[in-house]
Design a protein. Structure first.
Length: 332
């Protein structure tokens, strides 16, 4: 039985990856920030270590890495954070440097496989240079750097693979999915609900877990896997949110990018004046959402072996879960 380490095991992606690994007979150690979302989160046999990976010493991390066949790195900051200017510095320190350090120590410890949970913004940074995702937008820019430094640390000794992850639907015990923010947006919209004209790749958390384990078992060093299971339009997303909260889904209307551009530019300017910066400027994000940001599953699914899944059903279930958690009592 091979032993593996999941960084961020109590998060949504790390938790489901842990379940997938256990189902395939792997011995799993989870390393995550405290506190636990719920007691008895993991199946029996999973070693649970609660600590900040960035605060552990090299010797402490090497002890955790000793004897491990693989590392799954499912931790870090996402683009919802609005840090001080320059945002790239924040994401570099939050995502790039810790990943490089873990990859270096994993190689030193003799780890054979390193799976990085990345972002599909890196995919489209390469495909659509006009968005400025490789230059003026700190989040995708540093996601690309995170990938490259991890590959360089592994070269010649450890296979490093990245999952370029799109919209992900699913739930876990004790945590509210990030899609709560979309419920809040729709509730705050008077008259009609504005949706962009484009579409996005989408997967379930089960597919992410299967793809991650598939990358460990079948991936190639330097692989950049933009996984996808479904083309989700923003209209469909917002209609699903409306249905979840009992609002008429026919109130969702497409608003062209050019009609919103001036507003987005103004918000970006106000954000900068406040001394902070989005990881992706709103004016660039708006243009992104006007497009068909959809990867071909044939480029990743056969190689990684993740199964088909019902993404619309997972979307609806995720939103219902968010609404149900709204009525739960807040812990004292």
């Amino acid at each position: 039985m091979s032993a593996v380490l999941v960084i961020g095991g109590t998060g949504l992606l790390g938790y489901h990856t842990t379940l997938e690994l256990v189902s395939r007979g792997y011995q799993v150690t989870s390393l995550s920030l405290p506190p636990m979302p719920v007691e008895d989160l993991f199946p029996a046999g999973v070693e649970n270590v609660l600590a900040d990976v960035t605060e552990l010493t090299d010797d402490e991390l090497l002890a955790l890495l000793d004897g491990k066949h693989a590392v799954f790195y499912a931790a870090g900051a996402d683009e919802r954070v609005t840090p001080p200017i320059p945002a790239a510095r924040y994401f570099h320190e939050a995502n790039v440097l810790p990943t490089q350090r873990l990859a270096r120590l994993a190689r030193q410890a003799g780890v054979a496989k390193f799976v990085l949970y990345g972002s599909y913004t890196a995919e489209f940074a390469e495909l659509w240079p006009d968005l400025g995702y490789r230059t003026r937008n700190g989040y995708p820019r540093t996601r690309l750097a995170q990938e490259e430094l991890a590959y360089l640390e592994g070269d010649g000794a450890m296979d490093v693979m990245t999952l370029r992850l799109p919209y992900i639907f699913g739930t876990m015990p004790g945590r509210t999915p990030l899609w709560q923010m979309f419920i809040d947006i729709v509730r705050g919209s008077a008259g009609f609900v504005a949706a962009s004209a484009g579409s996005t790749s989408a997967v379930t958390v089960t597919q992410v877990a299967q793809a991650a384990v598939g990358a460990m078992e079948r991936g190639r060093h330097g692989g950049r896997y933009a996984i996808n299971g479904y083309e989700l339009t923003y209209v469909e997303l917002y209609r699903a949110v409306c249905e979840a909260i009992g609002r008429d889904p026919d109130q969702v209307a497409v608003v062209p990018y050019e009609a919103t551009r001036a507003t987005l530019e103004r918000i970006d300017a106000q954000t900068a004046a406040a001394g902070v910066e989005h990881g992706i400027h709103l004016v660039d994000s708006g243009l992104f959402q006007e497009r068909r940001a959809v990867s071909d599953p044939a480029d990743s699914q056969p190689g990684l072996g993740y199964a088909d899944d019902d993404i619309p059903a997972a979307l609806a279930a995720t939103l219902r879960y968010c609404v149900a958690r709204e009525s739960e009592p807040v812990p004292a």
